[in-house]
Write a protein that binds this ligand. Sequence first.
Ligand code: HEM
Length: 443
Amino acid sequence: MATLHLGKTRVVALFRPEHVRYVLVEHPGNFSNQGAAPSDENGANEGLLTIDGERHRQQRRAVQPAFHKKVVEGYAAVIDEYTQEMFKSWRVADTIDLSRAMQELTLRIVSKCLFSIDLSRQLSALGNAFNAFLGSQASAAEDLLNIRIDNPITGYGKRRAAMRQLNMLIYTLIAQRRDSVDEHNDFFSMLMTGTSGDPERPKLTEKQIHDHILTFLAAGHETTANAVIWSVYLLSQYPALREKLQEEIRTVLAGRAPTAEDIGKMPYLDWVLNEALRLYPPAWMQLRFVAKDFELDGVHLPAGTLLMLSQWVIQRDPAIWEEPDEFRPERWDPVNGEHVPPGAYFPFGGGPRMCIGMPFAQLEAKMILASLYQRYTPQTDPNYQPGLKPLITLRPKNNLRVLLMPVNSNAEVQWKRIGGTALDGSERQGCLPALLSLFGLLL
Ligand code: HEM
């Protein structure tokens, strides 16, 4: 354990798998998410990620049907359609900004699957608004230190501006759904008719519906995009493993587009994703407030302490993992692989707050990877250094750009550096015009 003081907040970092289990699985009721996420009266403080106790249990139960295995498998058609559409403009020998492409693709997929909205024309706009909303390092520090200066140059001010844009969009969508005959049988409909867990006001309020939508859009794309991006980066560093994956894809798909059933027949793809999520967990740390004083291994932790559990640290701990920094998908082989102690691997969290979108994210990431490696061998610039940008999710600091090589080519095509330097992740394009066009479209 280590104690840090951030402003007035006492933060205790826990590093042992049994402590992860204690907090997430064995005693979740002792801990609160409220206040552990960035607090903002305009933010998603009524969303599933931030509510606690009975309300959390009831609302989670109300939306759970949208994430059952069979329903999620039904999302496969949309995942495939949008992935194939993305490939239409890609050609062998193109260089692609995969960071940007994956963010757009995953945002588009989650919007369509859960809310039946096609965002194809507004993607860069929304992507950028989410980028600003999900924060910068400065705004995360501002949050912990409780600094609130609302002007266009502070992280806080930028986040609020992005938040106002997203709010406007989401309230417009809710109003449209209310005004129309709801013919969709989607997650959005579930929210519109769902219960709040409050006997006084059994229906979800406008603000609660808004917060759920925002939470699912935000939590449901950036994480999965990063899972794909880091997988591609790792495979580019280990060509023999990449070939093994392509062999599996070739054998199972025989040239067809993947279905959910095919994905279930690809164990190596499963191990690749597990291993990428171990080395580069998109959710790299989780926070919890201590609700009631308690003692852990002889250390007294008073109510109000903020606990930090880090996937990044524990999933690379040499006391747990053999050669922890090595990308080794085989360690997930259920017969000959490594024994992983409970609590040592938790890319999707654990216990009653475990990621509700996990089956969706896994299917989506695997389908995108299978389709990508079926068509291409993406290569990175040999000089590319991803760097780390640990915000709410863990992104590469420098966008991942790949050269699309043919799958079965022996041709030595040299990577040409585009403009001489790799692009920084912060250089995503301006979003206002596209957002305005979205409102134009909706109103
Ligand atoms: C690789 C992709 C993903 C990763 C690594 C990931 C990771 C996580 C983690 C670690 C948590 C637990 C947070 C906590 O305990 O405080 C979580 C919760 C959550 N995730 Fe995911 N997630 C992913 C994809 C998704 C997707 C695709 C969706 C929705 C479509 C989603 C929606 C949520 C929601 C709503 C919660 C809150 C659950 C609750 O508190 O009951 N996630 N996720």
